[in-house]
Design a protein around this ligand. Structure first.
Ligand code: G3P
Ligand code: CA
Length: 279
């Protein structure tokens, strides 16, 4: 175990806060991201969707029903309507289970800004003001419905923060992730040096040899894939790809990721994972 920790230090596995420090505060709220920055996370993960009036907001589900006190699809609501909702709702905790349980959030957001819908713009401001390098892993959700609008908006916004065209992919503090190869292709077509991550829930037969969709350098397998196909991890690495794994919350899964030499761990518990890695 000690060797593994030493290796992890040398290799410097990135610890990515999934939806913010979402074990300690309601997911995708400013409070959850602030906590992740305080905890020392290397990067913040967020899902982005377009509102009816064309703003990018950080919401995971298609609808706001689970994570707020409102109802309806993000795409059918305007930013002002979303901003009026409370996203610190008790339904947020533990995504799908224990819905009836009152969560014992470590961070109880009180400021309205901390509990309302988070725009990607506000998250970029938080990162810009963090006082240290904090990377962003931005996931495009259901981008096919929007024929490129999500990616166009995203690149425009990144441009305003000087993040759209990094000198090299290695230097880039922003990565764009998606389950949609088409979405990643659009991003690369617009900005060839912006690194992209191809997310995978299962290994499709087409990709079993360790190849990724053209131009993608980073694989984003679920921890379930990592557990059941360690040989596939080797194939990805041999093909020269980085491996960013989601969503890794259990200590034994963190150990497994360290053993397999993955490059990033995406977790709801950044503080606990950093501690386990000896950081
Ligand atoms: O980091 C990737 C992971 O977040 C993908 O799954 O459903 O949590 O967005 P999901
Ligand atoms: Ca996500």
């Amino acid at each position: 175990h000690h060797d593994a920790v030493t290796h992890a230090r040398q290799h410097q596995i990135r610890v990515v806060a999934h939806r913010g420090a979402s074990e300690d505060a309601p997911e995708h709220t400013l409070a959850a991201y602030r906590k992740a920055v305080e905890d020392g996370a290397d990067a913040l993960e967020c899902d982005v969707r377009l509102t009816a009036d064309g703003h990018l907001v950080c919401v995971h589900d298609r609808r706001v029903n689970r994570t707020s006190n409102g109802r309806g699809a993000v795409s059918a609501l305007e930013l002002a309507e979303l901003a009026a909702l409370d996203f610190s709702s008790r339904k947020t905790r533990d995504s799908w289970k224990n819905r009836s349980e009152e969560p014992d959030w470590e961070v109880r957001p009180e400021d309205p800004e901390d509990t309302s819908v988070l725009t990607l713009e506000r998250l970029l401001e938080l990162v810009a003001d963090a006082g240290r390098r904090v990377e962003l892993a931005i996931e495009t959700k259901h981008p096919t419905r929007w024929a490129g609008q999500v990616e166009d908006r995203l690149l425009l916004l990144l441009k305003r923060f000087g993040l759209d065209a990094p000198a090299t992919a290695e230097d880039s503090p922003v990565r764009v992730m998606s389950f949609s190869a088409r979405s990643l292709h659009r991003v690369r077509a617009a900005s060839p040096t912006l690194p992209t991550v191809y997310l995978m829930q299962f290994v499709s037969p087409r990709l079993r040899d360790g190849r990724l969709p053209a131009g993608v350098r980073i694989a984003g397998p679920s921890i379930r894939i990592v557990r059941s196909h360690p040989a596939y991890m080797e194939r990805l690495k041999r093909a020269g790809h980085q491996v960013h794994v989601w969503t890794v919350n259990e200590p034994e899964d963190v150990d497994l990721c360290v053993e397999l030499g993955v490059d990033a761990i995406i977790t709801n518990r950044p503080r606990a994972v950093l501690r386990q890695l000896g950081r």
